[in-house]
Design a protein around this ligand. Sequence first.
Ligand code: GFB
Length: 321
Amino acid sequence: MTAPLFSLAGRRVFVAGHRGMVGAALLRRLADESCQLLTVGREALDLRRQAETEAWFEAQRPEVVILAAARVGGILANDSRPAEFLYDNLAIETNVIEAARRVGVAKLLLLGSSCIYPRLAEQPMAESALLGGPLEPTNQWYAVAKIAGIKLCQAYRRQHGADFIAAMPTNLYGPGDNFDLESSHVIPALMRKLHDAKRGGQATVEVWGSGAPRREFLHVDDCADALVHLLCHYSGEAHVNVGSGKDLTIAELAALIAEVVAFEGALAYDPGKPDGAPRKLLDVGALTTLGWQPRIDLRDGLRQTYDWFVANQAEARLAAS
Ligand code: GFB
């Protein structure tokens, strides 16, 4: 392992979005670093409001910022709430990045998503595939906002010499995920549906789409570890993909979750629901070269997430706002 370029020791580190799945995983991971963590709840600071955001930065003077606050959701939420996905994400990014520049933040890491790449990008998708073709229509709004975030980091590097970097994680899952069936991603949705079907003695569970799309998944604790690695070992204009480098079909995933949950009934595919992008597998060569590897295998990660769901159902079943 090469010596770190940047040290978190003794720094005031602001995790924006600490109540989300990624933010919470970052707090767990950063507890191992000798840094001072800063967080603020949505009720005390709305990052979509520029004046509030700048005043908070002025008062708190963070030295490092991890921008994990975002309007996120699964395929249906993205498709049905385009204005929120575009406006909220653009507002959060522009406000946090400009506020960070104003107070001289030493390092900022913006989180994006693998949906920034063209719908039919060559697989696995290298960082250079950005803007090479049309986006997947169901999540183009979120994708455009996240592409703007990458470009903001690049622009602030060029014009202001700011050390702002961007990471693009693949589809994430883990404890603290959103298990609301209308707005969640596929893993928590299927886990909840299969669990309820098993408990209720239901014979069939509905899986959206054809089951044919391929997706790559990364456990959120692996993601948090990769993000801390990038903060300490990377400084550059290019965004960096964060993934496991392995994918599977939604049908294979559904069968695996059924096994973890011990659901023995049938899976029924609903072609009336969207498939989304046919495949989203990241090329993780850049991150591997920087010395990072995932540790949590999908089956183990699903078991651990299911255990968390069973133990925290009251909290997990509440819809994320
Ligand atoms: O996880 P998901 O909502 O997001 O859906 P995307 C992945 C695939 O799982 C799609 C299928 O083909 C869905 O049709 N699927 C099957 C289900 N059953 C279900 C179900 O019960 N619930 C859900 N949600 N899906 C999102 C983007 O795309 O991925 C976001 O919309 C973001 O912007 C995120 O990039 C990581 O992978 O299709």
